[in-house]
Design a protein around this ligand. Structure first.
Ligand code: KG4
Ligand code: ZN
Length: 343
């Protein structure tokens, strides 16, 4: 039996979780810093790392005592993310692993998000296509076998979650923008404000969200809209792009199922439309596992250990860690990265 302690500190959530056999969550503690960063309209890196440092010890004690099980391995997010925040989680995890003479498993944050789908009653089987939608990443990844990733397309500029956050700020809505735009959109007319759907006329799986953000900026300057209409129009535009690109990727790859992961996967409209409009099974983690958490890191770590794919103590935190693993037979085409230093 494997019991992995998973530690996630790449951005503004301290997530500590204990997971059994990569599938059963024994405890899952998440301390969000949203209230601390909200007055600044976004995450302040210095403040984030300080808060991780203050809380990580007691949150770990809590997660371990709730789990009532002793870990057989310790895992932490190695990147991408904020350097100071990554260092707190990784060094803490390494110290524990060293003291308790356990394996230390560094995990890529996106790989963690993908593995959140395995923490459900209906885990996906390989092969599948993954749509990763978070504050730092928007990408479509082909996953044919465990830990083998082919990045089919990613964003050329802003990530979709980042676009939600920036648009909310322009509209005077609180951080994080995703939930506040979703709430503000209730009762709004999604056709009221005409907004662009970046790069959807092209037969490519690349994304672009900076045009949508700029269109919101111009509309705010003209100031001729109801907030609910603007929020609904924005949300539809952002989600339309995800639907269009995902459908194209499914057609191009013939993937038999879809996994959706990352904070924006908590969006109600996106979830409803994916279920309604795709003709393949869609695996979405419950909303609590869409945003950053330690359970997804523990689940990915368990599989990495099982496949003999872990770097161990020599790994160092990396703000722009690429989603690449040296697997025999892996071609250059596979060595794409998701880019970006936000998670
Ligand atoms: O995965 P995550 O917790 O952190 C990163 O890895 O970035 O994602 C955070 C992002 C934020 O941009 C937030 O606005 C967005 O997820 N988000 C949402 C919703 N809940 C969180 N976006 C749209 N609708 C939501 N309900
Ligand atoms: Zn994330």
């Amino acid at each position: 039996m494997s019991i992995v302690l998973g530690i996630e500190t790449s951005c503004d959530e301290t997530g500590i979780s204990v997971v059994q056999d990569g599938a059963v969550i024994l405890s899952n503690e998440v301390a969000s810093q949203i209230a601390v960063h909200a007055p600044f309209g976004g995450v302040v890196p210095e403040i984030a790392s300080r808060h991780h440092t203050e809380i990580i010890s007691q949150l770990t004690e809590l997660a371990l005592s709730e789990a009532k099980a002793s870990p057989t391995a310790i895992a932490a997010t190695a990147g991408p993310g904020l350097m100071g925040s990554l260092m707190v989680g990784m060094n803490f995890a390494k110290a524990l692993a060293y003291a308790w003479e356990l394996p230390f498993v560094p995990v890529h944050h996106i790989e963690g998000h993908i593995f959140s789908a395995f923490l459900t009653d209906d885990p996906p089987t390989f092969p599948f296509l993954t749509l990763v939608v978070s504050g730092g990443h928007t990408c479509l990844i082909q996953c044919d076998r465990p830990h083998h990733y082919v990045i089919l397309g990613s964003t050329r500029d802003d990530a979709v979650g980042e676009c939600f956050d920036k648009a909310a700020r322009l509209l005077g809505l609180p951080y994080p923008g995703g939930p506040s735009i979703q709430k503000a959109s209730e009762g709004g007319d999604p056709k009221a404000v005409k907004l662009p759907r970046g790069m959807t006329n092209e037969d490519s799986l690349e994304f672009s969200y900076s045009g949508l953000k700029t269109a919101v900026l111009y509309a705010v300057r003209e100031n001729q809209f109801e907030l609910a209409d603007m929020a609904a129009s924005f949300q539809h535009a952002a989600v339309d792009v995800l639907l269009i690109k995902t459908k194209l990727a499914l057609r191009q790859t013939g993937a038999p199922r879809l996994v959706v992961a990352g904070g924006v996967a908590a969006n109600r409209l996106l979830r409803e439309r994916l279920q309604a409009e795709l003709d393949v099974p869609v695996h979405m983690p419950p909303m609590a596992l869409c945003v950053d958490n330690g359970a997804m890191i523990a689940a990915a770590a368990e599989s990495l250990l099982a496949h003999g794919l872990t770097q161990g103590f020599e790994a160092v935190p990396s703000p722009s860690l690429p989603l690449v693993r040296q697997i025999p037979g892996m071609g250059d085409k596979d060595k794409a990265t998701t880019g970006g230093s936000r998670t």
